[in-house]
Design a protein around this ligand. Structure first.
Ligand code: MG
Length: 423
């Protein structure tokens, strides 16, 4: 990559800021067991560098190769100030575009450039986006139990900690469940053909019972969310949205898979339960019909999977025109750098809806000094320039990613007859 001269990569207007990119690297680390991918972009100004989240944990090596073999040669020698042009140029630089591997690689670069710009200006990224619209960012936490009583107990505990929004999941006895611990089959139940099989019909009945119980026991002082995780036939998604109407959800998440998005038209015609969608979308254009036709209320974007802050900020602006709010994805396989990017967007977007929280393990906080602070059910910003977060590479090396093993990254559920349940 060093045989590429500045002239090969320079845009017609040259390097207006006078600073040039000198290196672009991917750093893989797994302080909590999950492989995180972070991109570091260095410049010829001493001490000036940026960090970005490129975590596609299931294909981490493919992202790292994309960053170092294909993107870095197009970046070394460029002015890091040209974020918009760099994002647009890199997006089409392989002619074929989009997809989670390329987009995560682009996101690592994009966030790092915003981080650099903030450090150059001495301002946090949320200031560069127009300044804050709110004091702190309301978070939703996860409650899950082996039965409705256990889930209710967790909701009460979270409310006592200050959370006003809680995602609620519950086990289906004797069956596999998304987002909840396993619960034993009821006494006398016939043993399943496939152990731990996913049972969509039992799930639909159980989840209705969960929310009936929660509203009876806890009342209406808390906003409730439920994640279907695309695990039912769209017909059942419509039935679940209707079944849960009496329990006044904040939203129902990912009721259908990206391949079944047309079903949202039918769902919207039959239910007023608010919908969040899009965790699996990997192209901002996928949101166009969903937002334009107001088929959802919240966009559920994994921002590194669509290319980073630049496309996410533009998408948020487009959604604002249609009354659609943001609910950026915030699981443990988003690095703290990615969570800091979520925080910047949350603070600055007028149409912010809610933010999913993740509590970082102590080792993660040590590897990433400056992790955003969580208090009273909110994420609190700092005034640190850029994304306000660092990476201790020496410590990161002490937590190398475990080698990939077949089937370990993501094991799809199966139904009672052994057939695959997408996703
Ligand atoms: Mg989800």
């Amino acid at each position: 990559m060093s045989d590429v001269s500045d002239k090969d990569v320079e845009p017609p207007w040259g390097a207006s800021g006078g600073v040039r990119i000198t290196s672009v690297r991917a750093v893989l680390t797994a302080p909590a067991g999950t492989t995180l991918v972070v991109v570091r972009v260095d410049t010829d100004e001493p001490g000036l560098y940026g960090l970005g989240c490129a975590t596609f944990t299931q294909r981490a090596a493919a992202v790292a190769t994309t960053v170092e073999e294909y993107l870095a040669p197009q970046l070394i020698g460029r002015d890091p100030a040209d974020i918009t042009d760099i994002a647009a140029t890199l997006h089409v630089s392989g002619y074929w575009r989009s997809g989670p591997v390329l987009n995560n690689a682009l996101s690592g670069v994009d966030m790092a450039l915003w981080d650099i710009k903030g450090k150059q200006a001495g301002l946090p990224v949320w200031q560069l986006l127009g300044g804050r619209c709110r004091t702190a960012v309301p978070l939703y936490a996860h409650a899950a139990g082996r039965d409705a009583e256990e889930t209710a107990d967790e909701v009460r505990a979270l409310m006592a900690e200050g959370y006003r929004h809680v995602r609620c999941q519950v086990a289906v006895p004797g069956a596999g469940t998304y987002g909840a611990p396993a619960a034993e089959a009821r006494a006398g139940a016939r043993p399943p053909l496939t152990p731990n099989a996913w049972d969509p019909a039992a799930y639909r009945r159980t989840v209705r019972g969960l929310f009936e119980h929660l509203r009876q026991e806890i009342g209406t002082e808390v906003e409730l969310i439920h994640d279907v995780h695309e695990r039912v036939h769209p017909t059942d998604a419509v039935r679940i949205a209707r079944d849960l109407e009496p329990y006044d959800l904040f939203y129902l998440e990912d009721p259908v898979a990206p391949e079944d998005i047309e079903w949202l038209r039918i769902l919207r015609a039959r239910s007023v339960t608010p919908i969040a969608i899009g965790e699996l979308f990997t192209n901002p254009a996928e949101y166009r019909p969903v937002v334009q036709e107001r088929l959802c209320d919240f966009i559920r974007v994994h921002i590194s999977a669509i290319g980073g802050i630049t496309p996410a900020w533009r998408l948020a602006g487009a959604c604002e025109l249609f009354g659609v709010r943001t609910a950026w994805h915030g699981p443990g396989d988003v690095s703290p750098v990615g969570h800091a990017a979520n925080l910047a967007l949350d603070l600055a977007a007028p149409n912010f809806g809610i933010q999913e929280q993740h509590l970082f393990a102590p080792a993660v906080r040590e590897v990433f000094p400056g992790c955003p602070e969580i208090r009273d059910g909110h994420l609190w910003p700092s005034d640190a320039p850029g994304l306000g977060i660092d990476l201790d590479e020496g410590l990161a090396r002490k937590f190398p990613p475990r080698p990939a093993a077949p089937g370990r990254a993501w094991r799809p559920p199966r139904r009672a007859d052994g057939a695959l349940q997408r996703p």
